[in-house]
Design a protein around this ligand. Structure first.
Ligand SMILES: Cc1cc2nc3c(=O)[nH]c(=O)nc-3n(C[C@H](O)[C@H](O)[C@H](O)COP(=O)(O)O)c2cc1C
Length: 166
């Protein structure tokens, strides 16, 4: 039987919640960046992270960079991320020519994964807002309450939509 796995890193829990919902919809295993297994037995790998200063968060970058060691080459790959900004805004880009955070993040993730691996990156991808907590002891700064139940329902449906690749 074909198998799927969801991988993620998460600092304040948003990306973890989303990863777990995707895994639920997809009926997949789910691991954080510190516990990634050998991927040889999987057919579909879902790779996720969150946005830090307009880039892939550091631990996200690090785990994705090392996925060649876990044998991701040859697999189908689907991408997702969470961020404090709506998908059409990149706060670090030129205000007169704003870049879409969604496009910036997905293309960065794609470039990084393709660097050492021959991966089949699927068109199906997922994005949602995640509440911004810069300092855990202070009130959140933005995207309050996200991912909310609607976001998590969408995440589950995204997982379900990926079952067609198994
Ligand atoms: C230090 C820091 C920097 C961030 N920078 C950005 C940013 O540049 N753009 C953005 O859209 N969100 C930014 N965010 C928001 C996070 O991407 C968002 O809250 C995400 O859901 C956090 O995921 P996590 O809960 O899984 O750690 C930042 C959050 C933190 C804590």
């Amino acid at each position: 039987m074909k198998k799927a796995v969801v991988l993620y890193n998460s600092r304040t829990g948003n990306t973890e919640k989303v990863a777990k919902k995707i895994a639920e919809g997809l009926e997949a295993d789910c691991f954080n960046h510190n516990n990634i297994p050998n991927l040889q037995n999987y057919d579909l790998v879902v790779v996720g992270s969150w946005v830090l200063a307009g880039h892939i968060s550091f631990s996200g970058w690090r785990y994705m960079k090392k996925l060649y060691k876990k044998k991701i080459s040859g697999k189908k790959v689907a991408l997702f991320f969470t961020s404090g900004a709506p998908e059409d805004i990149d706060p670090t880009s030129d205000k007169e020519h704003p870049l879409q955070i969604k496009n910036v993040m997905f293309s960065r993730m794609e470039k990084l994964l393709r660097k050492k691996n021959n991966v089949n990156i699927l068109e199906n991808r997922f994005y949602t807002l995640g509440e911004v907590r810069i300092n855990k002891n202070k009130p959140p700064k933005g995207a309050l309450g996200h991912p909310n139940s609607e976001d998590l329902d969408r995440a589950k449906k995204f997982g379900e939509s990926l079952r067609q690749y198994l």
